[in-house]
Ligand binder design. Structure first.
Ligand SMILES: C[S@@+](CC[C@H](N)C(=O)[O-])C[C@H]1O[C@@H](n2cnc3c(N)ncnc32)[C@H](O)[C@@H]1O
Length: 357
């Protein structure tokens, strides 16, 4: 009873309002997923301002459902409604977020990643309750293509122009012709970018998820790249090939034994080789991270659903999580036997570490 009297009603209403907004956002995410997968946003981007029947015809979707969908999107500010002309459209800014794949702000990959988690909520509950691991392959397909689609703009925008140039003594070697290992390569976006940029270098890309490697091979074949090979392999079993550069993009924390794997990667490097670890942006210290890193809530959420379970499904099962922060990452690289470790670059979504023996 006394506890009831101590409840601050204004605070309750403020919290309720925040969560209500999140719930409205969750429904909007589902609306946005439908618009992406059915091509409605692309149709709107092509047409410009148009009435419902014209958009329905262009996108080849049901007119009545589209009308409801457009109203929901307009209420969230995802599309624009001109009440006088009774026309819907995408502003250039809305198009950059919802319709245009090549824009760094295209959010659809992240949305796919979220929808993929809701689609398998029963598995998420089982994993959470039992504490068992969840192998990468146990996720909805949206997890694989959504991850690739979300990470691609960051890699396309930063890998070749900022991250590799920030590594001491690496870029020139890659231009001259070097051996690169891309470990936990997923659908191979980073591998393909490096193969295109450094035609004199040879890239070996590894991932233990067979379907991802099949898709990566298809994508590389379409580009006609002859200096890139994909292999289904655990990160712990990379051949001792004297690599000049070994890299892991947004996957080290997903591994069961990041220290053991880093240590075995050290043995695959050439004498003056570099291990580049790209991890999600995070600040040092849990309290600092949740207070000052606006993406931390989402990242700990993905950590709960994807990253920690992926790690727990492997031997050791450290469960590092995607928000370890730079100091912890550098400490672990030191434990793996790297004597020279530094934070080479930071971008909005990523930390880039260089580790050398
Ligand atoms: C979040 S995804 C990142 C994929 C890719 N690097 C990218 O940035 O798009 C994590 C990847 O790590 C792979 N992975 C996790 N543990 C692995 C291990 N022990 N050996 C090989 N691959 C692993 C998964 O199969 C998955 O493709």
């Amino acid at each position: 009873m006394n506890e009831q009297m101590n409840v601050d009603h204004e605070k309750v209403m403020a919290l309720f309002g925040n969560v209500f907004n999140d719930v409205a956002g969750a429904v909007a995410i589902m609306m946005s997923y439908i618009g992406d997968q059915t091509g409605v946003y692309q149709a709107m981007d092509k047409l410009g301002p148009a009435k419902v029947p014209a958009i329905a015809k262009e996108a080849e979707v049901d007119e009545r459902y589209l009308k409801e969908w457009l109203a929901s999107n307009a209420a969230r500010g995802y599309v624009t409604f001109d009440s006088e002309a009774e026309e819907f459209s995408l502003s250039p800014e809305q198009a950059c977020v919802f319709a245009r794949e090549s824009e760094p702000t295209c959010i659809q990959g992240l949305i796919q990643g979220v929808v993929g988690q809701f689609a398998k909520e029963d598995v998420a509950l089982d994993v959470f309750k039992t504490g068992r691991g969840r192998p990468w392959g146990e996720h909805h397909d949206c997890c694989f293509c959504g991850t690739e689609r979300f990470f691609r703009p960051a890699y396309a925008g930063h890998l070749l122009n900022e991250w590799i140039p920030a590594l001491e003594g690496v870029e020139e070697k890659l231009q001259m012709g070097a051996k690169i290992a891309d470990i936990g390569c997923g659908l191979g976006t980073s591998s393909i970018l490096m193969a295109e940029q450094y035609p004199n270098s040879t890239i070996h890309a590894f991932d233990f998820h067979g379907p991802s490697i099949e898709e990566a091979k298809k994508r590389a074949e379409e580009k006609g790249l002859s200096n890139l090979e994909f292999y289904v392999s655990d990160a712990a079993a990379i051949p001792k090939n004297e690599y000049d550069l070994a890299c892991i993009f947004d996957a080290w924390h997903d591994m069961g034994d990041p220290v053991g794997i880093a240590s075995s990667i050290k043995d695959t490097l050439a004498k003056d080789g570099t291990f580049m670890v790209v991890e999600p942006m995070a600040l040092d210290g849990f309290a600092n991270n949740i207070a000052n890193n606006p993406a931390s809530g989402m990242m700990y959420g993905f950590g709960t659903l994807v990253c920690v379970p992926a790690s727990k499904a492997q031997s050791v099962g450290l469960g590092l999580g995607p928000q370890a922060g730079p100091n912890k990452l550098m400490e672990l690289l030191g434990e793996a036997g790297f004597g020279n470790v530094n934070l080479a670059a930071e971008t909005t979504n990523n930390l880039v570490l260089q580790a050398r023996a």
